[in-house]
Design a protein around this ligand. Structure first.
Ligand code: ZN
Length: 502
């Protein structure tokens, strides 16, 4: 009995998929365990393996199997596993076959070295030591956009890799639609900034206890430690090798409670999405999360919409107080809730509050599009960053480490990626509102430490589809409309209006 074309296609695709996951293991190791001495050879190992993975996918056999399978499954539903597998793999093949294997290897090598250079530059606060590596990565990125092709703006080709189907013009419109209201809200909050005191979260907090509490929280959320683990790294991230092995990382500060705690909730949100991918999609193009924007909606949901809500802390504060009786024993829910939500003019995106977060993204989006269109040169980035930061936030980063060097993304060649964070914020509230509309008991459940209804809703509406649908298809299926900023702005205005008495 011979296998169907579909079975042959799935078996064939899984080879490239497994190789890609092996690349991810080496990358996780590089960021979490590897001594710095391993960097040059690790770059070579990653370059070889990623080239082989690329060749395994972007070969003529893939194209033939896709064509044969398409004929075999003709007439099947758009939503069926078979039609979705062919549709998703075909689109990825179309893009992958445009990139020469040597180019992919060079990009992997450049970004592997770039990451090391970035870590060093960040530690010594010298952009100039990172500049040559970054220049090379940006040159390769521009070349990548040319290989991939675009209609209007070279940035379209880059952003499409993270959020399939979206264009620079659409993102500009979505950002433009809420930037004025955001700036207005932040200004109003600043006028009342004295009304919120966050000294509660700025005390000495034992790192081991911080870790234990954060682990308690994400276990309650539903992150499965039989199928995942948590470690420490310079830049927090989530990666997966299968739905049965999902890795999240955290960084700790001993004098500030927020980064590790909310960072852990954030990465667990990503992790649960990966763990919720259906078993039958394992090893195929349909496994895991769809776009990065949808992925970010899941992390921001558990970090912010749940983790920074008052209801959550009605349940969680007594538990946190048990770990820190001296530091937080006398705190009440109201003042703690305000402290964790204090709006500050933070230099650091990952540590910024919900109201200023999307502005940090808009800054990067504007800089990236200008860099890609040639308006901004790599060597001028520190000054450009600081000038724009000043005009957005009214303050200037005192060092490159607090400015242009804070994010790992460019060192990894991830240009076009940042916008998905802001899109994720918008989607997090859009999805949450829909879940609450269907299950009005969710906010009360959160206040008693029950997260099943919300997580199961995400499972049924988001996780279970894996990568079958694009972000827009999924969002319209789930909420009945495309991504919009209305829900998010209402959420921010209500929440911060109450906290700051606006
Ligand atoms: Zn994230």
């Amino acid at each position: 009995m011979s296998d169907s074309k579909y079975q042959q296609l799935v078996a064939h695709l899984s080879e490239a998929h497994h190789l890609e996951r092996a690349v991810a293991i080496l990358q996780w190791d590089q960021q979490v365990k590897m001594p710095t001495g391993g960097a040059p050879q690790r770059a070579a190992q990653l370059a070889v393996l990623s080239r082989i993975a690329h060749e395994a996918f972007a070969q003529d056999k893939t194209a033939r199997l896709l064509e044969d399978t398409e004929r075999e499954i003709d007439g099947m539903d758009y939503d069926s596993d078979e039609a979705s597998m062919v549709r998703v793999a075909k689109e990825e093949y179309r893009l992958a076959s445009k990139l020469p294997a040597e180019f992919v290897a060079e990009l992997t090598r450049a970004t592997s070295l770039g990451r090391g250079a970035w870590i060093e530059a960040r530690a010594t606060n010298t952009f100039r030591t990172f500049e040559p590596q970054l220049q090379h990565i940006i040159d390769l990125t521009l070349q990548r956009a040319e290989y991939l092709g675009y209609d209007e703006h070279p940035y379209d080709a880059l952003i499409d890799e993270y959020e399939r189907g979206i264009t620079t013009a659409q993102v500009t419109e979505i950002f433009g639609a809420h930037k004025p209201a955001l700036v207005e809200l932040i200004a109003a909050v600043q006028e009342n900034s004295d009304t919120v005191d966050d000294s509660l979260v700025h005390q000495q907090f034992d790192i081991e206890k911080q870790k234990q509490f954060a682990l308690d929280v994400i276990k309650a959320y539903g992150f499965d430690f039989e199928r995942g683990r948590q470690d420490v790294s310079v830049h927090p991230f989530c990666t997966h090798f299968s739905r049965g092995d999902v890795r999240i990382t955290t960084r700790f500060h001993d004098d500030f409670l927020n980064p590790a705690l909310f960072g852990m909730m954030h990465e667990a949100g990503h992790g649960m999405y990966e763990q919720g991918s259906p078993e039958r999609f394992e090893g195929t193009h349909l496994s895991g999360g769809t776009s990065l924007g949808v992925h970010e909606s899941q992390s921001r949901l558990w970090e912010n919409v749940v983790g920074r809500s008052k209801g959550f802390w009605i349940w969680a504060l007594p538990k946190l107080q048990a770990y820190f009786p001296d530091e937080l024993g006398s705190a009440d829910v109201d003042s703690f809730y305000k402290a964790i939500n204090k709006v500050g003019k933070s230099f650091i995106r990952v540590e910024s509050d919900e109201s200023t977060y999307n502005l940090h993204i808009m800054l990067r989006f504007e800089l990236e599009t200008d860099m890609v269109s040639g308006k901004v040169k790599v060597r001028d980035l520190p000054e450009e960053w600081n000038d724009r930061f000043e005009s957005f936030f009214g303050i200037t980063p005192p060092t490159d480490t607090l400015g242009v060097l804070q994010d790992i993304h460019w060192s990894m060649g991830l240009v076009g990626y940042f916008a998905t964070y802001a899109l994720g914020n918008l989607l997090s509230v859009q999805y949450y509102n829909k879940a609450v509309q269907q299950h009005p008991g969710i906010p009360d459940e959160i206040a008693s430490g029950k997260f099943d209804t919300l997580r199961n809703w995400m499972q049924d509406n988001i996780y279970q589809h894996g990568r079958k649908f694009t972000s827009d298809e999924l969002t319209r299926r789930v909420t009945g409309e495309s991504i919009q900023s209305r829900d998010y702005m209402q959420y921010l205005q209500t929440k911060f209006g109450e906290i700051y008495g606006l």
